[in-house]
Design a protein around this ligand. Structure first.
Ligand SMILES: NC(=O)c1ccc[n+]([C@@H]2O[C@H](COP(=O)([O-])OP(=O)(O)OC[C@H]3O[C@@H](n4cnc5c(N)ncnc54)[C@H](O)[C@@H]3O)[C@@H](O)[C@H]2O)c1
Length: 253
């Protein structure tokens, strides 16, 4: 079977865990050489090890999405190691503190916006020039169903993810003619450490949120990874500026 990302170089942020790890593994399976970036070293090294163990090529780069210098260095390392950058999945993110809009703490707000929104912008700021030197590329930003819907008690998270959708559409228009496609994936409720943190201390909560999914279950990280691989691949060559729901039907309600 043809490999969807054969000869491509892919960078995945938040690749130490959850959706990012699943995407890194799927990109490698489809023939890409993979750079896994994350603030968390052990998980990132493990993702890279899983890829090389399966016969692929991968490196881990430690980078904090709130630090522009580290993100510039991250992209430079990918280009120095593999000679190019074709695909980027800007996926690192946090759920942040919970609380209604009027009582939300300013520091908590700033942390969520810094990682989830400014971090995605800074990644693109350095990725796009690297892609332009090879004549183009494909970026997939992880937004959320919370980028399309309001989410009570998660004002900063929902604002950050709506921001990612707006940023994605804007960059898509700016670089369409230059050959860089920019899309977002909007996951529903996916079984990852993030969701375990949100539901972990509340008995019955996981079962309750699963019933919010029209499809009748929560999603798997691999189900998001497949959509990211497709959006990154030449099979999606006419797709740009799209916020793709991969959410078991949540946004369709
Ligand atoms: N799990 C879900 O239900 C769900 C739904 C919609 C969107 N998302 C989004 O998917 C993305 C991945 O989340 P996940 O569910 O896999 O969670 P996760 O917690 O398993 O993974 C998030 C990763 O981001 C990394 N990260 C956090 N802060 C960072 C920073 N400052 N710099 C670098 N890396 C940092 C973490 O170390 C971790 O490896 C996030 O953007 C999240 O908002 C998740």
């Amino acid at each position: 079977m043809a490999e969807l990302l054969k000869d491509k170089v892919a960078l995945i942020t938040g690749g130490s865990s959850g959706i990012g790890r699943a995407t890194a593994l799927a990109c490698a399976r489809e023939g890409a050489r993979v750079a896994v970036a994350d603030i968390a070293t052990a998980g990132g090294q493990e993702t890279a090890r899983l890829i090389t163990q399966a016969g692929g090529e991968a490196i881990f780069i430690q980078a904090d999405m709130t630090k522009a210098t580290e993100l510039e260095a991250m992209v430079n390392t990918v280009v120095e190691t593999y000679g190019r950058l074709d695909c980027a999945h800007n996926n690192a993110g946090i759920e942040g503190a919970l609380g209604k809009t009027a009582v939300y703490e300013e520091a908590a707000w700033e942390q969520v916006i810094a990682i989830n929104l400014t971090g995605v912008w800074l990644c693109m700021k350095y990725e796009i020039p690297a892609m332009l030197t090879n004549g183009g590329g494909a970026i997939v930003n992880t937004a959320s169903a919370a980028g399309l819907l309001g989410v009570p008690n998660m004002p900063a998270y929902a604002a950050s993810k709506h921001g990612v959708v707006g940023l994605t559409r804007t960059a898509a228009l700016e670089y369409a003619k230059a050959g860089v496609r920019v899309n977002a994936v909007c996951p529903g409720i996916i079984q990852t450490p993030m969701v375990s943190r949100l539901t972990g201390e509340r008995p019955g909560m996981f079962e309750k949120i699963a019933t919010a999914e029209p499809i009748g279950r929560v999603g798997k990280p691999e189900e998001i990874a497949e959509s990211v691989v497709w959006l990154c691949s030449d099979a999606a060559s006419f797709v740009t500026g799209h916020a793709m729901s991969v959410d078991g039907g949540i946004v369709a309600q």
